[in-house]
Design a protein around this ligand. Structure first.
Ligand code: BTN
Length: 306
């Protein structure tokens, strides 16, 4: 109902009388007023006068009411443990949805690390059901990183680059982290939960040497909604290529800040070092070690050494 009230207020741009709203929505005027109160609590500024209601401004939150152009169901949380856990439960019930949160109390990073999720950032998990085999699932990381980098370049003209496998960097500092969790059966992926965390307007001053935010880079606050909508568009555009990923790999290579560098890869308790020379069709990193051997690395933590 609130979505419908908002869409009427958005359409009109001027006052809409309580009577007109109540007629169009088939609810009482008191009912309309109650919904208006809830919207105000969510952060909408709605003027009320004897002419009716007028929308003055909307909060920059990833609320379902603000994301009506998406054809996926959106779940929004002011605070949640992790959007990954909520999305997994929804996926197990067969849903194809996006779970967004303003903050997370147990934000999950890669390798069991904690993902700091303070207010002002974008934190969401997307349920994907690509028809690919589990061995190709790793490509989702590349697809997601690339989509974020393309979005940042398009909207803000900032040279976002990619660190293998899935960090998005600006001037070598991390602006976005990606976590993909999969549930598979024999040879087929059942679903993938793609979690993306972007430092947008949140404060990163405690980690400023290695982490940045878009606000920090641009010197001003930016619209999370605009960024999120463009990002979902880029992900959807690229998704059909997962089964035949050459275009994703080619573009990823052009955006890469890892290729050509000397890197250290940490795989659980094993360490590999060498020159990152290529990415293969499954998104694995090809390393040339000091003794000139080629090593194929599917997953790991990557540090740029020089
Ligand atoms: C990393 O770089 O370590 C990955 C970080 C992934 C963070 C995102 S924020 C949204 C989603 N929910 C989580 O708990 N984690 C991912």
């Amino acid at each position: 109902m609130r979505k419908r009230i908002l869409s009427l207020l958005y359409q009109e741009k001027d006052f809409v009388s309580g009577e007109a709203l109540s007629k169009k929505l088939g609810i009482s005027r008191v009912g309309v007023w109650k919904h208006i109160q809830v919207l105000r609590k969510e952060g909408y500024v709605i003027e009320a006068s004897n002419k009716g209601y007028r929308l003055i401004s909307a909060p920059d939150l990833l609320l379902p009411e603000e994301l009506v152009e998406l054809d996926k169901k959106v779940y929004y949380f002011k605070e949640v443990s992790s959007t990954m856990d909520v999305a997994r439960k929804l996926a197990q019930k067969g849903e194809e949805a996006i779970v967004t949160a303003e903050t997370q109390t147990k934000g999950k990073g890669r390798w069991g690390r904690y993902w700091h999720s303070s207010r002002g950032g974008i934190y969401f998990s997307l349920i994907l059901r690509p028809t690919i085999s589990p061995s190709q699932a790793h490509l989702v990381n590349l697809l997601a990183g690339l989509s974020v980098a393309i979005t940042i370049r398009k909207l803000f003209n900032i040279n976002a680059t990619l660190k293998w496998p899935n960090d998005v960097l600006i001037n070598e500092k991390k602006v976005c982290g990606i976590l993909a969790e999969m549930e598979a059966e024999a040879d087929i992926v059942k679903f993938i939960i793609l979690g993306i965390g972007i430092n947008v307007n949140n404060d990163v001053s405690d980690y400023i040497k290695i982490v940045t935010s878009l606000k920090e880079e641009l010197g001003k606050k930016i619209s999370k909604k605009k960024l999120f909508l463009q990002l979902i568009k880029e992900i959807e555009k690229m998704q059909p290529y997962l089964a035949n990923p050459q275009p994703i790999i080619n573009k990823w290579k052009r955006f890469s800040s890892t290729l050509g560098r000397y890197v250290r890869i940490i795989i659980q308790n094993k360490i590999l070092e060498g020159e990152a020379i290529d990415i293969d069709n499954d998104g694995a990193l090809i390393l040339k070690t000091r003794d000139e051997n080629l090593k194929r690395v599917v997953a790991g933590d990557c540090i740029h050494l020089r």
